[in-house]
Design a protein. Structure first.
Lengths: 785, 130
């Protein structure tokens, strides 16, 4: 800055007034150029004049030469005059002269001034006798010739024979006595027929010939000239012998002027150019200086502006030595934030202000800045104020060094965000609270997109109920769909989709596969969140209802059991009513008949009938008693029994019948099969099944009975099959194990055996099934727990 | 007095004896037949149709019987109906007091009435004169 100023003061004058400088330079060059040009002009002009003079001189000489010759001719003519003053041989001499000098037109001898002799006479007759000395027209010139005693040329004038002519007169003295004149007439044209004149470059010059009238003193020009002659443009020469003036006139007097005007213009232009260039040359620094001044003003203004921005900024700004961490400068806001004065803050290093927990992060970021990995960073961290309070600040660091140079300083912009941070913390805490609240709910709280079924939230309870983490649930696409128990999947998705489409909240149950592979029953209570009439989200809670379901199942089982027992009870009551009623109605009818009997015989007959009714009633009562015993007996004694042994016993009991009917019994029961059963029941079941098989044998076949046993699951199955008459199960299947259900007219058929058998098997916790085809045979299977 | 025929279809032999006595006492029927189950009765009916003999006027039908019960008998007779040109008046006579049985009887258009045992002389006269 200072340097520029001193530089400027040196050239101050030029620089301040570049236009004046330019003007001076212009004038200077103008002067120089005009001097040079005028000099050149003069030289050329002189050369031209000299050339003209030289040419004129040559013409002059040539004319004088001709005149001298004429003088000689006149002298020659004068010699013809003899002593007496009379010309001799005038004619012949004249003829000779004319022949030798083509210039001469005619010769005259003028004794005493009177024209007496003329050769050739022809054509010149008019001249004879003219008295020159007394003729006003010729007197002056004639006298002049006498005076100068030389040959004097008069004219030019109009010749009598036409054209312009000159008359050369030589005064002749004879014996010192004036005799007269010897004269020659010369045509002007012939006189001027000189090569010097003819060779004149007619484009440049023209020749003029004049005479000053001796009387009038008026100059008369004799050669045709269109332009008026300007003596200044001509070279002149005077021939005293005729008082003639010769002119060589410059046709182009301004020939030199035009080029010189051009040159002058060129010079003017050149001078202007130089002047202009000078101006602009000196103007440039002036402009630059102006610019410099403006910019420095601007700079100063900016500095003031930035200074005020820095000081007045609503954010804290500090200027830090990157290497040492020393705070170099800080604005008021920064000082206020930390509670230090400006002096105090300048004693501080950044490390002492940053919260110890944030130092590491600060250091890492600075490392990145130093290495040029990042050029700026913004972060939120804690600072410690003078009063040891912690404030949260939002910090932006901008380094002030160029990339790939070593770190110097940086600017840190700091904003107090403590309040926001506290608010955020409060929000976070309340969120935590809500979340923990949600997590205390005894069900999985969830939210998902209604269209994609993508879950956006799933509470932690999912871990306790299903074993999955919230993260794996949310991050795995279609997690929910893929973990619904396969049997429930289609119906669940359909149900859900239907209700969602109608914007209906729903509450339904389905099974899901837990992480450990177990099946969990869930009740899902779903709220459809509708936006603009369209289901946007689904929110709900999944409650583990597995236990309820188990209880429900147990309840169902119990219900089925009770229903079964009820049915049995009802069946039993029908049996009782039917069987007992059939007897009582019979008794009633017989008694009626006895009362109305006509004879003692009839009475006796009826009493016999009554007795048989009483017997069968008794039997029925015994059977019923047995059934009731089985059904009401809760604690039946069971023990380990050998199956084969019991079968063998039964076959022994029935051996008479077997023999009688020729039945072939094939038993595949192995010795070691043992079952836990009530011994009496087992005996009864075996007896009933085998005796039935014998009793209902086919009359046209050899009866064969198969007795087999095998394991089905945990149960032992006892199978008794025959090739007997069979039962039409389509018609009678439902009542085969009913009481007093008989399917044949067999005499021993009572319809009680299978009823008791079934009751006994049921009481032991097992079951009995039957397969049969009429005429093919029957197979009973007893399932023993 | 026209000659009326009555069939008693019941598996209880004592009831059969009693019914014979009562029918005899009523003196309404010219003949009475007993069948111990539905099958015997239907077979007999088929024979009668074949031989074009006298078709019974009244049948007293028990429900619970071996081989072919009362309901089975009703099903069979429905099949034969087109071949029977006279009306057979069938009454259920059962010791069952179950409502289901009564309703089932009411719903069967071939059954004219449901009578609970014991059947008295008066009952018999009533149905015979109906």
């Amino acid at each position: 800055m200072k340097l520029t100023k001193s530089l400027l003061s040196h050239n101050n004058w030029f620089i301040i007034k570049p236009k004046l400088t330019g003007m001076l330079v212009f004038l200077f060059f103008c002067t120089i150029f005009s001097l040079i040009i005028s000099q050149q002009y003069h030289i050329l002009k002189k050369a031209k004049n000299d050339a003209m003079h030289a040419k004129l001189q040559a013409i002059h000489k040539s004319i004088e030469q001709s005149l001298k010759k004429n003088y000689v001719d006149a002298l020659t003519l004068a010699l013809t005059i003899n002593d007496k003053g009379i010309p001799e041989n005038f004619e012949s001499v004249g003829k000779q002269i004319l022949a030798s000098d083509s210039n001469i037109d005619a010769v005259q001898l003028v004794p005493n001034g009177i024209i007496r002799y003329t050769y050739p006479l022809k054509g010149n007759e008019a001249a004879i006798g003219i008295d020159l000395l007394n003729n006003k027209k010729y007197r002056y010139e004639a006298l002049k010739a006498i005076q100068t005693r030389k040959m004097y040329f008069a004219g030019p004038f109009e010749l009598n024979q036409g054209g312009l002519g000159i008359l050369g007169r030589l005064a002749i003295y004879k014996n010192n006595q004036f005799w007269g004149f010897s004269a020659v007439i010369i045509r002007l044209n012939t006189l001027l027929e000189k090569p010097e004149i003819q060779n004149i470059d007619s484009s440049k010059y023209y020749f003029q010939f004049s005479k000053i009238n001796p009387i009038t003193k008026k100059e008369t020009f004799f050669l045709n000239a269109k332009t008026k002659l300007n003596p200044e443009n001509a070279a002149t020469s005077i021939i005293p012998d005729g008082d003639w003036k010769l002119y060589l006139v410059d046709r182009k007097p301004y020939e030199l002027v035009f080029p010189f005007i051009l040159r002058a213009l060129l010079a003017l232009f050149l001078a202007s150019l130089i002047g202009f260039l000078t101006t602009s040359f000196f103007k440039k620094p002036a402009e630059l200086e102006n610019l410099l001044r403006k910019q420095s003003d601007e700079l100063l203004k900016n500095e003031i502006k930035f200074k005020s921005v820095f000081d007045q900024a609503a954010v804290g700004i500090t200027y830090v030595d990157t290497v040492t961490g020393q705070l170099l400068e800080a604005n008021k806001k920064y000082c206020d934030l930390l509670g230090y004065t400006e002096q105090e803050i300048k004693q501080k290093k950044i490390q002492s202000i940053v919260h110890p927990d944030d130092l590491k992060e600060s250091f890492l970021n600075f490392e990145k800045l130093r290495k040029g990995i990042i050029r700026e960073y913004t972060t939120e961290r804690r600072h410690i104020t003078k009063s040891n309070d912690i404030i949260w600040i939002r910090l932006t660091i901008s380094p002030l060094w160029e990339i790939n140079t070593s770190p110097t300083n940086h600017i840190a912009i700091v904003e107090d965000v403590t309040e926001r941070k506290l608010a955020e913390e409060a929000i976070f805490n309340s969120q935590q609270k809500i979340e923990s609240l949600i997590n205390t709910v005894d069900g999985i709280v969830w939210e998902c997109n209604a269209k994609t079924l993508e879950f956006t939230f799933i509470s932690k309870k999912v871990e306790t109920i299903l074993g999955y983490t919230s993260e794996e649930w949310i991050n795995t696409p279609d997690f929910w769909v893929n973990h619904i128990y396969h049997k429930d999947k289609d119906s669940t998705l359909k149900y859900c989709a239907e209700h969602t489409a109608l914007n209906l909240n729903h509450d339904f149950e389905y099974r899901m596969i837990a992480k450990d592979g177990s099946i969990v029953w869930l009740r899902d209570i779903v709220n459809v969140i509708v936006e603009n009439g369209e289901a946007k989200n689904l929110r709900g809670i999944m409650i583990d209802v597995t236990k309820n379901k188990e209880i429900e199942k147990d309840l169902n089982n119990s219900f089925n059991l009770v229903s079964e027992q009820n049915k049995r009870l009802l069946n039993f009551s029908y049996i009782v009513s039917h069987n007992l009623r059939s007897h009582t109605s019979n008794i009633s009818s017989i008694v009626d008949l006895i009362e109305n009997s006509d004879s003692e015989e009839e009475k006796e007959e009826m009493i016999q009938l009554l007795k048989s009714v009483s017997d069968s009633l008794n039997e029925t009562m015994l059977n019923l008693n047995e059934v009731v015993n089985i059904q009401t007996n809760v604690d039946i004694v069971t023990e380990k029994l050998n199956l084969k042994q019991y079968i063998d016993n039964t076959l022994t009991i029935l051996s008479d019948q077997i023999q009688l009917k020729g039945v072939k019994v094939i038993s595949s029961i192995e010795k070691d099969i043992e079952i836990i059963y009530n011994p009496a029941y087992l005996e009864s079941v075996l007896y009933n099944l085998i005796s039935n098989a014998i009793r209902y044998s086919h009359p046209e076949k050899h009866p064969i009975i198969h007795i087999d046993s095998y394991k089905e699951g945990k149960k032992t199955v006892l199978k008794v099959s025959d090739n007997g008459i069979g039962i039409d199960l389509h018609k009678n299947g439902h009542k085969i194990f009913g009481m007093y259900k008989k399917f044949s007219t067999h005499k021993d058929s009572k319809g009680i055996g299978l009823f008791i058998t079934k009751n006994q098997i049921d009481a032991m916790g097992g079951s009995i099934t039957v397969e049969s085809e009429p005429n093919l045979g029957t197979t009973f299977k007893v399932y023993i727990s | 007095m026209t000659e009326k025929t009555i069939w008693v279809v019941d598996d209880d032999p004592i009831y059969q004896i009693i019914m014979k006595k009562i029918i005899h006492k009523s003196n309404i029927f010219s003949s009475a037949y007993s069948f111990s189950n539905g099958k015997e009765a239907i077979d007999s009916l088929k024979q009668i149709i074949l031989k074009n003999e006298k078709i019974p006027d009244i049948i007293l039908l028990d429900i619970e019987m071996p081989i072919l019960d009362g309901w089975g008998f009703m099903d069979e007779i429905a099949v034969l109906k087109s071949r029977i040109n006279v009306q057979i008046r069938i009454y259920i006579s059962s010791s069952s007091i179950a409502i289901e049985d009564k309703e089932r009887a009411n719903n069967n258009c071939g059954i004219l009435g449901y009578m609970c045992k014991p059947i008295t002389l008066d009952d018999l006269i009533k149905i015979a004169s109906a």
